[in-house]
Ligand binder design. Structure first.
Ligand code: ATP
Length: 242
């Protein structure tokens, strides 16, 4: 196997006496669609926070494109190409949809004209082009989720970590977000999906990792994970684990 795009080795994180994570290890290949599942409190958010630099892990290393990024601050990881979207969108209110993209882009790396072109292309990729000049606060819940993905894409990431991008949406809306995420992946973005909506994460992912009490308890294809007795036990209790 070629060198993984992202590599997590022996990473652990505690909060006081609570061991939230680890030690865990995982590799993510370039272009992969990886799903991470696990019940509430199993460590998914802590893992993302360690990967993106919001938390400093207590132990272990995180490498990206072969570079040890364990001690890099979050904004430097973002500039290297690691981006995340949040479950609860927090757009800049009082700004239009396109302005919401131009703000995170505005760090002087390219010309204003190029930034505008990039922003318009990202809006097209998430299906928000027609809402370009609407105030962010007028968007529907589905459109807000798309704007949240668009904002995460503003830095042109190599890896997008989508944290519960579909929670609370209807089945048709879930299909819509999945199409956007499939398209992004086809365009070359590696996607890590953290999700509680099982049928969505199973449809989307090529490989799924299941966390429980901060440990990886199962890993494999969606089919393997769906039929795994340990995963079933975690989600449905003892009776279904036979
Ligand atoms: N900042 C924090 N301070 C103290 N404890 C925390 C903190 N963040 C997480 N924890 C604890 O760490 C454990 C793992 O939490 P985490 O949020 O990573 O789980 P999760 O899998 O993302 O859960 P959910 O699916 O509900 O979002 C839990 O026991 C949680 O209470």
């Amino acid at each position: 196997m070629s060198e993984p795009l992202l590599s997590v080795r022996d990473v652990s994180k505690s909060f006081g006496a609570i061991k939230a994570l680890g030690p865990v290890g995982l590799d993510v290949a370039e272009g992969e669609r990886l799903g991470i599942i696990g019940p509430n409190g199993s460590g998914k958010t802590t893992l993302i926070n360690c990967i993106t630099g919001f938390f400093r892990p207590d132990t272990g290393t995180i490498s990206y494109k072969g570079q040890d990024i364990t001690r890099l601050p979050a904004y430097r990881r973002a500039r290297l190409g690691l981006s995340r979207s949040f479950q609860i969108p927090h757009p800049f209110t009082g700004m239009t949809v396109i302005e919401n993209l131009l703000v995170p882009m505005d760090y002087g790396a390219t010309s204003a004209r190029k930034e505008l072109e990039n922003a318009e292309e990202i809006l097209r990729s998430v299906g928000l082009a027609e809402r370009r000049d609407h105030p962010a606060e007028q968007l529907s819940q589905l459109e807000l989720r798309k704007l949240e993905l668009a904002r995460a894409l503003a830095a042109r990431p190599a890896i997008l970590i989508a944290d519960e991008a579909m929670a609370g949406l209807s089945e048709a809306e879930i299909d819509d977000i999945l199409s956007v995420l499939f398209e992004l992946n086809r365009a070359g973005v590696t996607v890590i999906m953290i999700e509680h909506i099982m049928h969505a994460v199973m449809r989307y992912s090529e490989r799924v990792i299941c966390l429980e009490t901060g440990q990886v308890i199962a890993e494999g294809s969606p089919e393997k994970i769906t039929s795994s007795p340990v995963v079933q036990k975690v989600y449905f209790g003892e009776q279904t684990a036979r």
